[in-house]
Design a protein around this ligand. Structure first.
Ligand SMILES: Cc1ncc(COP(=O)(O)O)c(C=O)c1O
Length: 361
């Protein structure tokens, strides 16, 4: 038996590493990024600001200034703090590690963001997925039954959900949060909040077992890798013990501190993206062969016959969307299209329409 076979856990060996498609020279509509670069003047100011950062020093691990800026700008309730992650991916990993007790499980409605299951499995936790309905809404009876029987340590609820774009009404979420009381923690993942009609951040003080998680990624700063979450102090203090002390590097922290006060710019970009989402959804709805799922995120999920073939042909035209058809049976023949700039969206639509009318091979 080789060292690898003997020493690396079988559940790790059986996984594949996270795949990211090569997007060089592509119109990149696959990863829910904000398509807009920073304005030139801001780039220059940012460069000057970053030049002053002491790269020879470790970060100050309390990240006090950055956390205060986040609390002030993003509606974190008074008396509540945030914890920072190297992307919300890292926060999810830390939550899994903190709760990885023998027999514990993690639950989420599926299909949803894959890292909930991946992180759980890497930490040795069982993952239980509860399928959404055919319309990609929450199956409330199934969720309540699964909570009662499985008693998950963590329930993830992404709202809006990825890759479906579904928006779950807060009344429904509150029923699930109530059902989880005395059972486990609820992580409400508001990664797509900049494009959504609401947030539950203000409701944090009502629930000691609720964690609200957000990221700078979809706002326009995916490259910084900066996520945050807020919860009752007692709970955050425990998860904080899992955090690597210097997990946010000095350049990311300094860039975020400099850029976040320019939140009006990001809000304006989010408003443009929402307007483009409506334009793209309406145009796609007019195509008979295509089903468009309602989205409150910065992407649109569509179902189209021969999605696989259309995905490949789009690639030939240098347009990269995400083929999610194999992720879950509810997503068969589905493509997830990130909303880009108006030009990118028009190019995608024109190419997509022309491919729909081509004979199938
Ligand atoms: C629902 C959801 N949560 C979290 C993330 C990860 O965000 P981050 O870039 O902060 O790791 C994503 C990324 O696509 C997501 O869809």
């Amino acid at each position: 038996m080789s060292l690898i076979t003997r020493l690396i856990r079988p559940e790790i060996r059986s996984q594949t590493s996270y795949y990211v498609a090569d997007a060089s020279n592509m119109v990149k509509l696959d990863a829910m990024e904000n398509p807009y670069a920073l304005p030139e003047t801001l780039k220059i100011q940012l460069g000057a600001h970053l030049a002053q950062v002491a790269l020879n020093r470790y970060p100050v691990p309390s990240y006090l200034d950055l956390k205060q800026t986040i609390c002030r700008l993003f509606g974190v309730p008074a008396g509540y703090d945030v914890m920072l992650g190297n992307g919300s991916d890292e926060l999810i990993a830390m939550l899994s590690v903190a709760c990885a007790q023998t027999g514990a499980c993690v639950m989420a409605p599926i299909p949803t963001f894959v890292m909930y299951a991946v992180s759980a499995q890497l930490a040795g936790l069982r993952f239980v997925g509860v399928p959404l309905t055919a319309e990609l809404t929450l199956d409330m009876p199934a969720m309540l039954e699964a909570i009662a029987t499985e008693r998950p340590a963590i329930l993830y609820l992404a709202n809006p959900n990825n890759p479906t774009g579904s928006w779950f009404e807060h009344e429904q979420l509150i029923v699930l949060i109530e059902a989880m009381r005395d059972i486990g923690f609820v992580v409400l993942d508001e990664a797509y909040q900049p494009f959504a009609p609401g947030s539950m951040m203000a409701q944090l003080p009502q629930f000691a077992h609720l964690i609200v998680m957000r990221t700078m990624s979809k706002l326009g700063l995916a490259g910084l890798r900066l996520g945050y979450m807020s919860a009752a102090a007692e709970l955050l203090a425990e998860i904080e013990k899992v955090r690597p002390p210097y997990n946010i590097n000095v350049l990311s922290a300094a860039a975020a501190e400099f850029l976040l006060p320019h939140s009006a710019l990001f809000d304006q970009q989010a408003a443009t993206i929402c307007a483009q989402r409506s334009w793209l959804s309406t145009a796609l709805q007019e195509l008979k062969a295509v089903k468009v799922f309602p989205s409150q995120a910065n992407f649109v999920l569509i179902k189209v016959p021969n999605a696989e073939q259309i995905f490949k042909k789009l690639l030939e035209h240098k347009i990269l969307v995400k083929n999610v058809g194999k992720m879950h049976p509810l997503l068969t023949d589905c493509l997830r299209v990130t909303v880009g700039t108006p030009e990118e969206n028009r190019l995608f639509l024109e190419t997509f329409v022309s491919l729909l009318s081509e004979p199938l091979s």
